[in-house]
Structure formats: structure tokens, C-alpha cells
Design a protein around this ligand. Structure first.
Ligand code: SAM
Ligand code: SF4
Ligand code: SF4
Length: 351
């Protein structure tokens, strides 16, 4: 390897489409206390399902070491996810380790919030600054239908309050929109959080993984989401906060805050995708829709040096040409078919 290739600080690491590596999403567990039909449906993730044994998942030391290597290559924004990340034992200890790694400028967490009442204060103390909370509907029946009937809407809202109290706001609320399932409850959700400072982000239902029998007919296009909400709560477009922001911003005309829409299906944003993902068992994945990842756990455990692991990440990123959502749109437009191929599951890469 040339000096340029071994040192991420010499010049910016970019992939074949000139995209730098700025974000790292770390999945800390493959387990979850929900069974969302679009992510971990109960029929597949039932009692007999074998989750990863402890020896196969990355330890806190291993994650911390990788974070140091990734920040050396330009990663600045880190997000902890899963599975349900709050199920990982002693998560605040991991956050405390990561928060002090030089180069980490933004540390966030995505959660279903049900364990936040117990953990929010410890997480904030450990250095967490922001949480994203997933909530698909305020309607108990709809919520239960989408999330596998495990826990109530009230429990999630308690989590939102706990996060607020711990200073983890303003909170982003992630809402996956499935046509014919929760689309009639979107305005109610928007209204509930309007004026609170929290930002609901409506996400087009995606064909992640292979287990959710996705169909384009189940996608409510972002333009329609905005139209429906705007008809009752007038909206105006807002400028992005930064280049490549995934959610398109819409502000309430009465000044009472904003919503976001993530049009991953109808207006894909692969051209600006600077995200790398680390699975629970230590695979580096360069796209949410990748077929497989690159194993970093073996070199971590066989005595490889940081420079060797860095070279492996550099070589992987340099080769990266992923643009699945752009391709999906081309396929859907030209042929009207749904793309099919092997993919890593959402609970493994963490969204
Ligand atoms: N368990 C945590 C949670 O639900 O917030 C973190 C992991 S979850 C995989 C991360 C995000 O991915 C959640 O906001 C979830 O709603 C979203 N997600 C999962 N499957 C999806 C799909 N098929 N389409 C769009 N978003 C999806
Ligand atoms: Fe669990 Fe999150 Fe997947 Fe729902 S979306 S099953 S809460 S990991
Ligand atoms: Fe990034 Fe892949 Fe999503 Fe495109 S499809 S935005 S490359 S994760």
C-alpha cells in the first residue's frame, strides 16, 4: 500500500462515486423486544429463532477500537442502533467509551424507546446527545399491528418524556409509513408533536431485508404524505440543514416547528450517501441493501494491527459503488417490477 492509501488523514477517503465516509452506524445487538412486521416478523423471529451467541458479537473494546479507526478515516457522525440497542447490557459504558474517541462529533441512538424510562439519564450522563425514537402510530390497534403487539403506545410516550427530562431533545420521531396500514393516522401523529420541538420524520416503507414481502403498492409517496398533512396543518418547504441531509424538511406555516420526509423509494439519495454500517458481529456493510459485508471481526481477533484493519476498510470503501435505491427507482420506472436479490436483514444493519 502507498502512504496515501494507509493514511486516511493524508487525503479524504472517497468511493468510486466520490462519496466520503462521514457516518458510521453501529448495530450493537440483533435482539429486539418488538416484532415489527416490516423488520422482524414474529413468524420468523419466534421463540425458536437463534440469535447470535455472545462470543460472536463485538465486545465494547472491539467496537471502541474500530470507532478509533473509522474516525481516522473521516467518520464524524456515529449512530448506535440494532435490533433494539437498549437491550445491550451496559450500553451506557459503551457510549462513554465512544464519546471520548477523538473525532466523534455527533453521537446519537435510534430506539423504540420502551426501555428509555430506565436508561435515559444514564445514557445522557455517558455522553449521548440525541435520540431518534421510532413510533409508527398513536392509534393503539395500528401500533400493535405494525409492531407485533408487544408494548403500548403509552410506553413509547413515556420513553419520549424520559428522553426529554434527560436533555436528549429535541427528539426525532421516526414513522415508517405503510399504505393501507397507518397512513390514516399520520395527521394525528404530526399534530401530537407539533409545537413540542420534536420532529416527526415520515419514512417511505422500504424493501429492506428479505422477510417483509415488500410491494410498491404499500408505499405512500413522500409527496402524498406532505400533501395530506399540509391539507390540515399548512406546510412550507424549508432549506436543508446541511448538504446531503436525508430528510426533506417542511415547516409549519404557523411557526410551530417542522416535519421531515424521507423519500428513500420515490426520491432516492444515493449520490449523497456517506454512511458505513457495522453489524453486530463485526461486518462492514457499505449499503443498507448490500448482499453481504466485509468481516472485520476476524482481523480484530487474530492480532492484526490498526493499520492493517484500516487498510481493509480503505480498500472496501474505495471499491464502493452501491446505489441500490437509485437502481430500484430505475427498475420500477422502466419495468414496473420489484428488484429481487439476496440482502442483509434490517435488524442486522440497523437502518
Ligand atoms: N429498534 C430500533 C428502532 O426501531 O428504533 C432501532 C433499529 S430499527 C431497524 C431502525 C429504524 O429502521 C427504525 O426507525 C425502523 O422504523 C426503521 N425501519 C425498519 N424497517 C424498515 C423498513 N422496511 N422501511 C423503512 N424503515 C424501516
Ligand atoms: Fe425492533 Fe426496531 Fe426492527 Fe421494530 S424496527 S423490530 S423495534 S429493530
Ligand atoms: Fe446509501 Fe445504499 Fe441507501 Fe443508496 S440504497 S442511500 S447507497 S444505503
Amino acid at each position: 500500500m502507498s502512504p496515501q492509501e494507509t493514511s486516511g488523514t493524508d487525503r479524504e477517503l472517497i468511493d468510486t462515486l466520490a462519496r466520503p465516509l462521514h457516518d458510521l452506524r453501529i448495530s450493537v445487538t440483533d435482539r429486539c423486544n418488538f416484532r415489527c412486521t416490516y423488520c422482524m416478523p414474529e413468524e420468523i423471529f419466534g421463540e425458536k429463532y437463534k440469535f447470535l451467541p455472545r462470543a460472536e458479537i463485538l465486545s465494547f473494546e472491539e467496537i471502541e477500537r474500530l470507532v478509533g479507526i473509522f474516525t481516522g478515516l473521516g467518520a464524524r457522525k456515529l449512530r448506535i442502533t440494532g435490533g433494539e440497542p437498549l437491550l445491550r447490557v451496559d450500553l451506557p459504558d459503551l457510549l462513554a467509551r465512544i464519546a471520548q474517541v477523538p473525532g466523534v462529533e455527533d453521537l446519537a441512538l435510534t430506539t423504540n424507546a420502551t426501555l428509555l424510562p430506565r436508561q435515559a439519564a444514564a445514557l445522557a450522563e455517558a455522553g449521548l446527545r440525541r435520540v431518534t425514537i421510532s413510533l409508527d402510530s398513536l392509534d393503539e390497534d395500528v401500533f400493535s399491528q405494525m409492531n407485533g403487539g408487544k408494548l403500548s403506545v403509552a410506553r413509547v410516550l413515556e420513553g419520549v418524556e424520559a428522553a426529554e427530562r434527560a436533555g436528549l431533545g429535541p427528539i426525532k420521531i421516526n414513522t415508517v409509513v405503510q399504505k393501507g396500514v397507518n397512513d390514516h393516522t399520520l395527521v394525528e401523529l404530526a399534530r401530537h408533536f407539533k409545537g413540542t420541538g420534536h420532529i416527526v420524520r415520515f419514512i417511505e416503507y422500504m424493501d429492506v431485508g428479505t422477510r417483509n414481502a415488500w410491494d410498491m403498492n404499500q408505499v405512500l409517496p413522500a409527496a402524498e404524505i406532505v400533501e395530506r398533512i399540509g391539507a390540515e396543518l399548512p406546510l412550507a418547504p424549508a432549506e436543508p440543514n446541511y448538504r446531503g441531509e436525508v430528510a426533506k424538511r417542511w415547516r409549519y406555516q404557523d411557526g410551530q416547528g417542522e416535519i421531515g420526509v424521507i423519500a428513500s423509494v420515490t426520491q432516492p439519495f444515493c449520490g449523497d450517501c456517506t454512511r458505513a454500517r457495522l453489524t453486530t458481529e463485526g461486518q462492514l456493510v457499505t449499503c443498507l441493501f448490500a448482499e453481504k459485508g466485509v468481516d472485520l471481526r476476524t482481523p480484530l481477533r487474530n492480532g492484526s494491527s490498526d493499520a492493517e484493519i484500516r487498510d481493509l476498510i480503505v480498500a472496501t470503501w474505495r471499491k464502493r459503488s452501491d446505489r441500490y435505491s437509485d437502481e430500484r427507482q430505475e427498475l420500477l420506472q422502466i419495468e414496473g417490477v420489484k428488484p429481487s436479490r439476496r440482502r442483509i436483514e434490517m435488524y442486522q444493519v440497523g437502518g
